[in-house]
Design a protein around this ligand. Structure first.
Ligand SMILES: NC(=O)c1ccc[n+]([C@@H]2O[C@H](COP(=O)([O-])OP(=O)(O)OC[C@H]3O[C@@H](n4cnc5c(N)ncnc54)[C@H](OP(=O)(O)O)[C@@H]3O)[C@@H](O)[C@H]2O)c1
Length: 211
């Protein structure tokens, strides 16, 4: 699969390593230029290349957004239209600045990203585990138990795509529902956030029935 990654810091580069290791092709971008990502490009190997954010958006069958949440309005909405976008971000008011809508609990941060990316299918995933744990905790499909990754989104096909991608790097997807409800279940401040739960435990706490 072709995966675009926008944001090449701790979480974006970790996911890029995991997906290139799994045999996917990755185009990765930061806020500056591809030239500032040559070392990372070299480490990732032949399945990866550094690009601009716009190019990463157009490249990916699926595009992972791993930028500080406060920068979401910079995401190239037109280039992302029609694509599955994985929102790995979290709202952190100290870093991102206060957002009245989020403070009042009217919407989730992923819904704001979906609003900005009106033509895309936003799925929230990979936001609730620390980058170094995500790097280290994946297990093969035959393992007795695997860690769960909460996934929420409104488009069923996009969600299935993301379930497959979660499995590919050794985790079990747990369907947390739609962006509005599910996103709330696995955002910062919730009991599952960075709790590194086995999939069965995570499912019992936030999974929707039938999954
Ligand atoms: N760190 C974790 O363990 C973790 C775990 C789960 C979720 N998250 C969430 O994931 C997001 C990223 O966190 P992080 O820790 O990976 O941050 P980070 O290490 O600071 O990296 C942020 C990356 O985003 C890039 N970026 C910023 N604005 C951009 C823009 N407008 N267009 C393209 N790229 C842009 C930065 O590029 P430049 O360097 O060029 O500015 C940098 O490569 C945050 O929302 C965070 O809450 C983090």
């Amino acid at each position: 699969m072709k995966i675009g990654v926008i944001g090449a810091g701790k979480i974006g580069s970790t996911l890029a390593h995991l997906y290139t290791a799994a045999g996917d092709n990755v185009a990765i971008a930061n806020s500056r230029s591809p030239d500032t990502l040559r070392d990372l490009e070299h480490q990732l190997g032949r399945h990866a290349h550094a690009v601009t954010a716009e190019e990463a958006a157009r490249y990916g069958d699926v595009v992972i957004v791993a930028v500080p949440f406060g920068h979401y309005r910079d995401l190239p909405a037109e280039a992302l239209a029609g694509r599955t976008v994985i929102d790995a971000t979290n709202y952190d008011p100290e870093r991102d600045g206060h957002d009245d809508e989020l403070e009042h609990g009217d919407v989730t941060s992923s819904e704001l990203i979906q609003r900005h990316l009106a033509g895309a299918h936003v799925v929230k995933a990979f936001n609730a585990m620390r980058w170094d744990h995500l790097r280290d905790h994946g297990r093969s499909a035959g393992a007795n138990a695997r860690y769960g990754i909460p996934v929420s989104g409104d488009d069923p096909d996009a969600k299935w795509q993301v379930f497959d991608l979660v499995e590919q790097i050794g985790y079990e997807p747990v369907d947390a529902g739609a962006l509005a409800e599910g996103g709330r279940k696995h955002q910062p401040g919730t009991e599952v956030y960075t709790a590194d739960l086995w999939a069965d435990t995570l499912r019992a706490r936030i999974g929707i029935e039938g999954t």
